[in-house]
Design a protein around this ligand. Structure first.
Ligand code: HEM
Length: 567
């Protein structure tokens, strides 16, 4: 007889090669799979019933550390897709994806303003699979925020926060906050313009907190402005403190779900409103091994495949230009999941709308199970609760829209037009034309824009001629893709002229492309308009201009950017 551990070669002499190898495989498989042998493993994968008695699957769950975290079975109704949409499971999944990709990215990243940005460039260009890992980390973070928020929405609308799951809900709200701040703290790390300014806006909200605002802001930023101290603090929050809190709370949350109360059944089943056959089906046992595990493997595979395809064809995590504390980009916004907060800030006082109200909202969120203690989970018995949920959801969408640059205080019209076509961060239609797509010519412009934003019609004699295109005059258009861009620019100028009244009318735009040096083209875009100065009594319009200049290098696919008013 083969005695496990008695020595492979003794056994080989007794039983021959074939039996000895198969016994060894059996022994190893049982050791690795906590008592599950080869035959049983195959049955598990095929979805066949257990091959031994007592059920080795339950034994595996009791003995194996990772499996014993899971319950042995759920009631089938708790696992119906339309009840949970697997959102809780996917939240855990994304947390794992973030942990793995984050740990690898940490190897190549140093949290110092001197090198953080060049580390990012290095990750994107030199590190094997660096871009893939970064995209995956960033995409995973965004998806985790979405999935956790949707999970909360589903728990709310199915009334699953009610007795006995009130505490599970409380730990869930903490997890929502941790997820948001995990994502937000990571935002700063690339040390680009987008990061610096989004986080500057975010932390300036802390400044508005009553009594402790300035101190809180200082603790977060490490100095008056975000610099080396701030970056290190955000880094430590991102890689240490917040993940630690997340792990503790996910463990408690999951313990409550898996061990204490199990996942709720759909309300109609729990409260006897469904037909008996459906109730019976919902209460059938469904074992973790193999049914749920195989379904979870399928979800992991599908989600990973979806992410990889999305990254291959659509998604690329943004990296803008190096952070510059002296230059605020136009239309800086908070990350999208905090836009609702930015929207609220536009309603008035910073302390009231940016601090007190959000605190009240989260306190109400914590208290939901206690505000609504009614025992029934059925929607028909929770009309007020469901209506409140829908109103809050719509408000969040509206506030998010209000938080974008599309709503509220507009920038001066000329800057809006330039920002739309030549954004400070990102590409925009003009840069897309590239060096080759910008035809030069030999005309002189009709006017220049001087340092005081006044039109200057005296063109210096040594001025280099170029291609001069007047957007309101299609006969000057050079053809090709340029025509399309010029027509779009004309529409944008017309749109602003119609919208802005006395401070922007009769708008026009002059687009000039010059051969500035060999291999270097200079593009000047001058917006001109008439305006009646504020407070003017005689209603006399003055003409104004605003210019942006770009340089395009033939041999590089990026351009050198320069802000100028006049020359
Ligand atoms: C990182 C964030 C979170 C993770 C990893 C997580 C994980 C899970 C998992 C795996 C379940 C099992 C059922 C399911 O898949 O739906 C669950 C249930 C639950 N979660 Fe979460 N969750 C998170 C955030 C939240 C939030 C934000 C809330 C609410 C504020 C919440 C409240 C609940 C409640 C009340 C249950 C029990 C639901 C039931 O029994 O039907 N969770 N959670």
């Amino acid at each position: 007889m083969y005695i496990p551990g008695s020595g492979f070669f003794n056994h080989l002499a007794d039983k021959g090669l074939r039996q000895a190898v198969s016994d060894k495989i059996e022994e190893t498989t049982r050791a690795v799979l906590a008592g599950i042998g080869v035959k049983e493993a195959r049955a598990l994968l095929r979805g066949d019933p257990p091959t031994e008695k007592p059920n080795p699957r339950y034994r595996a769950q009791v003995k194996s550390f990772t499996l014993h975290l899971r319950p042995k079975f759920y009631q089938e109704g708790a696992t119906w897709f339309t009840h949970t949409f697997r959102l809780g499971f996917l939240s855990v999944f994304f947390f794992v994806v973030e942990t793995i990709t984050g740990l690898i990215l940490m190897v190549y990243y140093t949290p110092s303003p001197d090198v953080a940005y060049s580390d990012m460039i290095n990750i994107l260009s030199n590190v094997n699979y660096g871009k893939f890992l970064r995209d995956m980390h960033r995409l995973g973070a965004e998806l985790m925020v979405i999935v956790v928020a949707l999970h909360m929405v589903r728990v709310y609308f199915t009334g699953s926060y009610k007795h006995p799951r009130q505490f599970t809900w409380l730990t869930g709200v903490v997890l929502l906050l941790v997820t948001l701040f995990l994502s937000f703290s990571g935002y700063l790390l690339p040390w680009d313009q987008l990061a610096l300014w989004a986080v500057t806006i975010g932390t300036s909200m802390a400044d508005a907190a009553p009594l402790v605002g300035p101190q809180l802001n200082l603790i977060l930023r490490g100095s008056q402005d975000i610099s080396a101290g701030g970056l290190l603090r955000f880094y430590l929050l991102h890689i240490f403190l917040l993940p630690l809190v997340a792990i503790i709370f996910i463990s408690v949350h999951y313990y409550k779900v898996a061990r204490e109360h199990s996942i709720s059944l759909p309300a109609a089943i729990e409260e006897g409103e469904a037909p008996p056959a459906k109730v019976a089906a919902a209460k059938r046992r469904i074992d973790i091994l193999p049914d749920l595990i195989t379904s979870e493997i399928m979800w992991i595979t599908l989600t990973l495949a979806g992410m990889v395809l999305f990254m291959a064809f659509v998604y690329s995590a943004a990296l803008e230009s190096h952070a510059n504390p002296l230059k605020t980009p136009l239309h800086t916004t908070a990350p999208w999941y905090f836009l609702w907060l930015q929207g609220m800030l536009k309603l008035g006082d910073k302390t009231w709308w940016g601090v007190i109200w959000p605190t009240v909202i989260f306190l109400i969120l914590f208290a939901v199970p206690y505000i609504d203690p009614g025992p029934s989970r059925l929607a028909k018995n929770r009309k007020a609760g469901i209506t409140a949920g829908v109103v809050v959801a719509i408000s969040i969408v509206v506030l998010t829209f209000m938080g974008t640059g599309l709503w509220g205080v507009p920038a001066p019209p000329a800057e809006e037009i330039i920002q739309e076509f030549i954004p400070e961060e990102g590409v925009g239609l003009v840069r897309e034309l590239g060096y080759a797509g910008l035809p030069t010519g030999s005309a002189l412009p009709a006017f220049l824009c001087d340092r005081t934003n006044q039109i200057d019609t005296e063109i210096p004699v040594d001025y280099i001629p170029g291609g001069v295109y007047d957007v309101s005059d299609p006969t000057t258009y050079p053809g090709g893709e340029m025509n399309h861009v010029l027509a779009e620019l004309r529409d944008a100028v017309d749109r602003e002229s119609n919208k802005r009244g006395n401070n922007f009318f009769d708008g026009n735009l002059q687009f000039t492309v010059q051969d500035w040096q060999s291999d270097l083209k200079r593009v000047s875009v001058i917006v001109t308009w008439l305006e009646i100065p504020e407070g003017s009594t005689d209603n006399i319009a003055i003409s104004k201009c605003f210019e942006k200049v770009l340089y395009f290098q033939q041999k590089s696919d990026y351009d050198l950017l320069e802000w100028t008013v006049g020359r």
